[in-house]
Ligand binder design. Structure first.
Ligand code: ADP
Ligand code: MG
Length: 581
């Protein structure tokens, strides 16, 4: 075959494939155009999962009658003049491709009326063929109707997912945009059924309530951040609310929905040590930065961007999220409803109380004579803010050799001794000013390993030393342990090292920063007192006092609660005293 320039329609269809992959891409492009046109109301109608009809109406600026035909031509835009403008983009569109692409794979009718013109106009595009513009009387704004999507590209039609999946994609897309643009009223009608409607009153929590229900939306923590030219605004879930995947993590960058794994990884890392493995937060974060800091022209559908200073952005996300989490990490409170619930996602999150914190602040507490060597009474460390401190507790005893029972200002606390000790060890290990102290063993211990574990230990000797282990080669696959972290004195040194080796083997990447925290969390879990271990009264008191000095006393490093509260209020209700008074 000879080389030849492709006919325009073929070239358009090829180009369209990049922009219009599925019905949701059509909705996205049309919605973005409406937003760019300054719409305050956008309604979307979808029939048969978008294959029969997608219609987006807005009350925006409209398109001039004379320009209607141009708007649907390829590479035609009103948003960009010269290439340099690409780095000052303040609109969502700029490629001038969407309408042309959609028009080449569907039958499209655009009616539009620019408010300062006498009449509106209508243009028809059918499989890329643009018909003459006609005069019509329509209200101000623009309506784009897209019918029979992919009718002339059957291969594309075949690749679509089940209707349900396509519909869900569109719904997700529209609700995300509604969240990102709370001042715009969105309405979605699917197969003549009203699916979603926002008021456009600027209240994001209201929209979150539509998405997640009132209960959950009220528990989401607000994130506000502004530093180094980066602004963040949005909501994240507290540690008690998690999902099994990343789907509920949404980022908007300068008003654009961006699917970027690096951004969500930064967010998840901020939850480090609060979330159990395989659980993910719910989050909506809108990021605003200087357009010059973002390259938006790396992806035809504009779903990916590149940042000039990605590290600065990731750190900012982590700082903002961490701050929001630490500012409010409440003690889960038992109530009769939570007791009966099976859904662990939400069970620990209902009805939090703050009164414990007030009590903790206002009541001076004398040093407890039982608690031997506790020098520091105040839980306030450099990192600690008042709201995350735990109330001061009086030990009552131990049940089942697993839980400590204590009286607090607002009721009865049950403390999981293992989880609590994990937290204590974890913070001693990672604490800012705590140097990990090493203690020599009176009698060095020998550790025999298999060949591959031995390689791991050899490779990671420096990490073990940093953790306070003294360890040296003593023969083939044989090591001599001469010292262990002082924290673990009297505990099984071999077990601690084996636990670390497992982690080395799991993960080939060099351990740095947050990875190290994960490793420490594991070793602390191994070393912490177990459930089933009887503790003396002195040990119980010491455990609680140590817990009080922690920066995040309410969860273990893996995110499980260390304590639950049975409030006086609950007890009164359960004993029927409430009604009696
Ligand atoms: P882009 O958005 O990248 O400029 P499009 O093909 O999506 O390219 O749209 C082409 C042009 O048509 C836009 O630049 C804009 O001027 C006009 N336009 C499209 N949709 C609307 C709308 N809903 N309201 C007003 N003008 C619109
Ligand atoms: Mg556009």
């Amino acid at each position: 075959m000879l080389i030849h320039i492709l006919p325009d329609e073929v070239a358009s269809q090829i180009a369209a494939g990049e922009v219009v992959e599925r019905p949701a891409s059509v909705v996205k492009e049309l919605m973005e155009n409406a937003i760019d046109a300054g719409a305050t109301q956008i309604s979307i109608r979808v029939d048969e999962a978008g294959k029969r009809l997608i219609e987006v109406s807005d009350d925006g600026d409209g398109i001039e009658y004379d320009q209607l035909a141009l708007a649907v031509a390829r590479h035609s835009t009103s948003k960009l003049q010269i290439a340099a403008d690409l780095f000052h983009i303040h609109t969502l569109g700029f490629r001038g491709e969407a309408l042309a692409s959609i028009g080449s794979v569907a039958r499209m009718v655009i009616t539009s009326h620019k408010p300062d013109e006498l009449h509106g106009g209508r243009v028809l595009v059918d499989g890329g063929k643009i018909h003459a513009t006609e005069v019509v009387g329509v209200p101000a704004g623009t309506v784009v109707r897209v019918m029979d999507l992919f009718y002339n590209t059957p291969a594309r039609l075949k690749f679509l997912k089940k209707d349900l999946t396509e519909k869900q994609q569109m719904e997700t897309l529209i609700t995300r945009y509604a969240l990102a643009y709370p001042d715009t009223a969105f309405k979605l009608v699917v197969d003549q059924r009203n699916i979603m409607q926002t008021s456009g009153n600027g209240n994001r929590r209201e929209i979150l309530a539509l998405l997640y229900g009132v209960d959950l939306s009220q528990q989401l923590l607000e994130v506000v951040f502004d530093a180094d030219g980066i602004k963040l605004a949005g909501y994240i879930s507290p540690i008690s609310i998690t999902r099994s995947n990343r789907k509920e993590i949404t980022f908007f960058v300068n008003g654009r929905w961006i699917q970027d794994i690096a951004l969500s990884t930064a967010l998840i890392k901020a939850y480090q040590s609060y979330l159990m493995v395989g659980r993910y937060p719910v989050a909506f974060l809108s990021i605003t930065l200087d357009p010059e800091e973002v390259d938006v022209n790396v992806h035809p559908a504009k779903a990916e961007v590149r940042f000039k200073q990605p590290d600065l952005l990731f750190t900012s996300i982590q700082r903002a999220v961490r701050r929001a989490l630490l500012a409010y990490s409440p003690v889960p409170q038992l109530n009769p409803i939570a007791w009966q619930r099976t859904n662990t996602d939400f069970s620990s999150s209902s009805g939090w109380q703050n009164s414990a914190l007030d009590w903790g602040k206002s009541t001076p507490v004398a040093s407890d004579p039982d608690s031997g060597n506790i020098a520091e009474k105040s839980p306030q460390t450099g990192l600690t803010t008042e709201s995350e401190a735990m109330p001061l507790l009086r030990v009552i005893g131990q049940i089942g050799a697993v839980y400590l029972v204590a009286e607090g200002p607002d009721g009865l606390y049950l403390i999981d001794q293992h989880a609590a000790h994990e937290r204590i060890l974890f913070e001693k290990f990672t604490g800012k000013n705590s140097k990990i102290e090493s203690q020599n063993l009176l009698e060095p211990q020998l550790l025999q390993l298999d060949a591959s574990s031995s390689r791991q230990v050899e490779k990671n000797l420096h990490i073990l030393c940093n953790f306070g282990f003294g360890i040296e080669e003593f023969g083939t696959n044989l090591f001599r342990i001469t010292a262990i972290p002082a924290l673990f004195m009297g505990k099984d040194a071999n077990a601690a090292i084996r636990c670390l080796i497992e982690d080395f083997e799991e993960d080939e990447t060099p351990l740095k920063g947050l990875e190290e925290a994960r490793l420490i969390a594991r070793i602390c879990k191994r070393m912490a007192v177990k459930g089933g271990q009887v503790l003396s009264h002195e040990e119980q008191v010491a455990l609680l006092r140590d817990l009080e000095t922690c920066a995040a006393p309410r969860t273990c490093p893996h995110g499980r609660p260390t304590m639950i509260l049975l409030s006086v209020d609950l007890l009164e209700r359960q004993f029927g005293r409430r009604g009696a008074r």
